[in-house]
Design a protein around this ligand. Structure first.
Ligand code: AMP
Ligand code: MN
Ligand code: MN
Ligand code: MN
Length: 288
């Protein structure tokens, strides 16, 4: 069967956080896969957006300024994607700066734990591998551990070192979801709840998260993602309708694999209002 490749992908990472490609390479890959609308959504960063925008204009791709902000809700690490961000917002800048400080402190603490496991200068070397200015996530550490030959895969690095309960796990101190939603709204962005099925919570908890997200100004949720069971996609579509949220879709691309790539398997169910057709989307592209 021929794989479905959508021409829209609204959740991707570059090496401004834990993606493998530079912003330019990411846009080039999107172009080679006939993607027409792409959002760059690095973790707590908009550093890659400028370079991506240049390349996107050159190749005729509609590039959406985005970021994936880390938050905490009832002990769960919840990711809120902001789309159509105004990159000249002092409120967003302040939020992102505070996140960078939290990320640096956590990355140093993770590095210290890895040192105890025999990884010399772990933080410095992981940072050098990630590149200038990158926000260090556990994804970067997973790649570092793998490249040191201490894990058989990225997944194995998480399971052996980085996930909750493992030796290099460090608790996060992210802000509440409301603070991230507010920073996105202040930057004229659209707040999107990222990958709602990845939090391993009950449906009752997920509905209460959606109610609170909507209540504090959330406008959309990811409905279609890569490697998703059809029953999960249709359930998320039903929730989007029920909570009056628009639908987004994205691969959460970090690096290409046979099972996850830009645009792969992204189809929006018909009962959902696509976020890329909202008024803010039209306004955003009218100004570029
Ligand atoms: P952080 O925000 O620093 O906790 O890192 C979160 C990032 O780590 C996610 O965005 C993913 O890129 C990556 N990640 C988390 N869990 C896994 C996993 N089990 N396997 C591979 N990557 C993961
Ligand atoms: Mn990531
Ligand atoms: Mn995420
Ligand atoms: Mn992501």
């Amino acid at each position: 069967m021929k794989p479905i490749i959508s021409n829209i992908d609204l959740h991707t990472h570059s090496n401004a956080s834990d993606g493998a490609l530079s912003p330019e390479q990411l846009v080039e890959r999107a172009h080679s896969r006939s993607i027409e609308t792409l959002a760059l959504t690095d973790h707590d960063s908009i550093l890659g957006v400028k370079a991506a925008q240049h390349k996107a204009i050159e190749l005729g791709i509609k590039l959406i300024t985005g970021s994936e902000l880390s938050t905490l809700w009832n002990g769960y690490q919840i990711h809120i994607v902001g789309l159509y961000l105004n990159t000249h917002s002092s409120e967003l800048d302040t939020f992102i700066l505070a996140q960078k400080e939290r990320r640096t402190a956590r990355a140093i603490a993770i590095g210290e734990r890895l040192e105890r496991q025999g990884f010399k200068n772990a933080y410095e070397r992981c940072k050098a591998q990630a590149g200038e200015g990158a926000n260090i996530t556990r994804g970067n550490y997973a790649r570092f551990i793998f490249s040191e030959g201490k894990a058989s895969s990225i997944d194995d690095a998480f399971n052996s070192y980085l996930k909750k309960g493992k030796c290099a796990y460090v608790k996060s101190t992210w802000p509440e979801i409301g603070a991230a939603v507010e920073a996105i709204l202040k930057a004229d962005g659209v707040p999107v709840l990222a990958h709602p099925r990845r939090y391993l919570m009950t449906n009752t908890k997920l509905r209460s998260l959606l109610a609170e997200f909507k209540d504090c100004g959330g406008q959309a949720m990811e409905v279609a993602s890569c490697m998703q069971r059809p029953c999960d996609r249709s359930y998320l579509a039903e929730l989007a309708e029920r909570f009056g949220l628009q639908g987004s879709m994205g691969s959460d691309f970090h690096q290409a694999t046979p099972w996850l790539d830009l645009g792969l398997s992204l189809v929006m169910p018909e009962n959902v209002a696509p976020v890329w057709e909202c008024a803010r989307a039209r306004d955003f592209f009218a100004k570029i």
